[in-house]
Design a binder for this molecule. Structure first.
Ligand code: MTE
Length: 320
């Protein structure tokens, strides 16, 4: 299976893989070592570059194509945000392997007719798995393209039958204090909590995600199950979910609580609405090379024609 976008090109199509891998090592070794520190995909070199872990077969769904080639396994699994394991980009890859993943269950409850607790196997089997290549755009103004495996969250929500009260969906993620060094440092008010409006959660792009590159999610990417909401900044996509709760009130999420002027509830990718510390007009594509030009950020991360309807009549500058 090959992971190319519409243009169908991988760096390895242009240059033999051995050559671009050694070029990366060259760049890492010779050029601007301090800068390379911020790009752990490069800094870790070529080892571990092939997908690893249990295989998770899925049909490719190309309904929402992206025009770029997917990032490498190395990029996707070594340059992460998972603050429970520390705030460095390499911390999740270094520490998340200690997370206990078995047994794992997710509770779905609140304003639903059929609350349930599903173990991870039952949850994974609830609907056919699909592979979808999405852009992931972080509020820190970097991005990647990732081949995820999962199914639309709407399948699960339809199964529990939301009641008329259910206007918001709240995602709570795991806390395992003994193996999560970041939880001891109160960077956020744990557990990590995120939320969506019900129509956002029901949107077919919103993916309940179990894998990457045809393998089960590595711990650092949010094993065994996370959410991926591709038109929003990456922090909306909570990792290692333990509870999905439907309710009438808009939740106060972890990032809103930590810095309300910086992180809004909606967090839709928007080049016209800067974050106080990062312009959102352009982004750095992880893995594109130290000297690659920045890429212009697209409204709703390139998914505008699918999701703009959800925000009709809203002032996106105020409701950021
Ligand atoms: N989920 C939890 N539980 N904890 C986190 O710190 N970080 C978020 C999101 N989900 C985070 C989380 C942020 S800021 C981003 S950009 C994405 O995960 C990163 O996902 P990735 O590491 O798979 O690229």
């Amino acid at each position: 299976m090959r992971y190319t976008g519409d243009i169908g090109l991988l760096p390895s199509d242009i240059t033999p893989e051995s050559a671009w891998r050694s070029r990366r090592r060259f760049i890492q070794g010779v050029a601007l070592a301090p800068l390379a520190l911020g790009v752990s995909g490069f800094a870790q070199g070529a080892s571990g570059g092939s997908p690893a872990g249990p295989v998770l077969p899925a049909e490719r769904n190309a309904e929402w194509p992206v025009i770029d080639a997917a990032n490498s396994w190395q990029d996707i699994t070594t340059y992460n945000n998972f603050y429970e394991f520390g705030s460095g980009k390499g911390d999740p890859a270094d520490h998340a392997g200690h997370m206990r993943l078995d047994p794992w269950a997710v509770r779905i409850d609140g304003a639903v007719r059929h609350p349930m607790t599903l173990d991870i196997d039952a949850l994974r089997q609830l609907a056919p798995l699909e592979e979808r290549v999405y852009r992931l755009r972080c509020v820190e103004a970097w991005s990647m393209v990732v081949p995820w495996t999962g199914y639309a969250l709407s399948h699960l929500l339809e199964r529990v039958e939301p009641t008329e009260e259910a206007r918001y969906v709240v995602f709570t993620t795991a806390v395992q204090e003994d193996v999560m060094p970041g939880v001891k440092r109160r960077i956020l008010d744990w557990p990590y909590v995120e939320g969506l409006r019900i129509d956002e959660a029901m949107h077919p792009l919103t993916l309940l995600t179990f894998g990457v590159y045809g393998r089960e999610l590595p711990a650092q990417n949010g094993a065994p199950v996370r959410i991926v909401v591709p038109w929003k900044y990456g922090f909306k996509s909570g990792k290692s979910l333990v509870r999905i709760h439907l309710q009438a009130a808009r939740p106060v999420t972890s990032w809103m609580r930590a810095a309300p002027t910086e992180y809004g509830f909606f967090a839709n990718v928007n080049p016209d609405v800067p974050h106080p510390r990062w312009s959102q007009a352009t982004e750095r594509r992880i893995g594109s090379g130290l000297f690659a030009p920045r890429v212009r950020t697209q409204k709703f991360n390139g998914y505008e024609k699918y999701v703009a309807d959800l925000y009709q009549g809203m002032d996106l500058h105020r409701q950021f």
